[in-house]
Write a protein that binds this ligand. Structure first.
Ligand code: GDP
Length: 309
């Protein structure tokens, strides 16, 4: 089975998240020896066009050294407390992107705090070191102090830091020694972030976000916690009030590049989109037809509820 890394990205607006994700996608296309999606090789114009269709999905996936890396977007501030938590629950690690001049911003403190609390392993990217008057070493220290104040464990405080310029397409462990690409960051993700565990057993997936298509209606998105989901399978939908609804999986999709591709089955550890599930709500568990076992619900706060329903 393919090895997977699920990493959430936390960045203050304008610190360079979009630019970095573009560069990651480009790099993975160049280095992926087992290119199965030739049509996804992108030039800048294609990227712009593709970006248009992914605004709803927010997740992007790349393959690097036979590993699939799912990059999960997080809301940049604290307004959607519950949303932050459920998005982070899909990840095993977190990439904190910080501007080398501005340093960590108060708005990202909340999200980082949640990630630390959830025990996620951080990787730090100090971005924009090409800028004049930047202060990478100081910013690194600020990030360390912030994590310390957020009660990070020793293991979390022992984070890897990459310095670089998303704009110029390089990342390095030493900002005074630029590389000519961003592969040091991809290598760090593979080495530092734990592989998504593939638990066997009856299937369980917690629905953590949703998408909508005018063709198929509401699409449930989440991480498969245990077992394998199959296209066409009859399932149980475990609801908030304890009731169980019988549903059927119509189609399954996994994230690939800036879009999604249809697959027949999805195993534990992977993040997927499921169509055909009638009447689901965020937080519901999609579970085995015969033996439905709900996962613990995630808190959803009022603003998120209002936004979603
Ligand atoms: P986002 O809001 O976090 O997605 O940030 P963007 O990727 O849109 O970048 C915000 C601005 O910062 C854009 O004008 C980018 O060109 C610029 N930018 C991003 N990365 C770098 C970098 O490494 N160096 C410099 N000098 N500018 C950058």
């Amino acid at each position: 089975m393919q090895s997977i890394r699920n990493i959430a990205i936390i960045a203050h607006v304008d610190h360079g998240k979009t630019t970095l994700v573009d560069k990651i996608i480009h790099a993975s296309k160049i280095f992926d020896a087992h290119q199965q999606f030739d049509d996804l090789i992108l030039d800048n114009n294609d990227l712009e066009r593709e970006r248009g269709i992914t605004i709803v999905s927010k997740n992007v996936s790349v393959r690097y050294k036979d590993v699939k890396i799912n990059i999960i977007d997080t809301p940049g501030h604290a307004d959607f407390g519950g949303e932050v938590e459920r998005v982070l629950k899909m990840a095993d690690g977190v990439l904190l992107l910080v501007d080398a001049f501005e340093g960590p911003m108060p708005q990202t403190r909340f999200v980082l705090g949640k990630a630390i609390q959830l025990g996620l392993k951080p990787i730090v990217v100090v971005n924009k070191v090409d800028k004049e008057n930047c202060r990478p070493d100081e910013v690194h220290e600020m990030v360390f102090d912030l994590m310390f104040n957020l009660d990070a464990t020793e293991d979390q405080l022992d984070f890897v830091t990459l310095y670089g310029s998303s704009k110029h397409g390089w990342m390095s462990t030493d900002w005074q020694h630029p590389t000519d690409n961003i592969t040091p960051l991809l290598d760090a993700i593979i080495e530092v972030i734990p592989p998504a565990p593939s638990e066997e057993g009856t299937p369980q997936m917690q629905i953590t976000s949703l998408d909508y298509s005018s063709f198929v209606g509401r699409i449930a998105i989440g991480r498969v916690k245990r077992g394998t989901l199959q296209e066409g399978a009859n399932m149980s939908l475990c609801k908030r009030d304890g009731s169980i609804k019988k549903v059927k999986i119509k189609e399954l999709q996994v994230f690939e590049g800036l879009g999604r591709v249809k697959v027949e089955s999805v195993s534990a550890g992977e993040i997927c989109a499921v169509t055909g599930i009638e009447g689901f709500e965020i937080g519901d568990t999609l579970a085995d037809f015969e033996n439905p076992e709900p996962l613990e619900r995630i808190a959803i706060d009022e603003p998120t509820m209002n936004m979603l329903f």
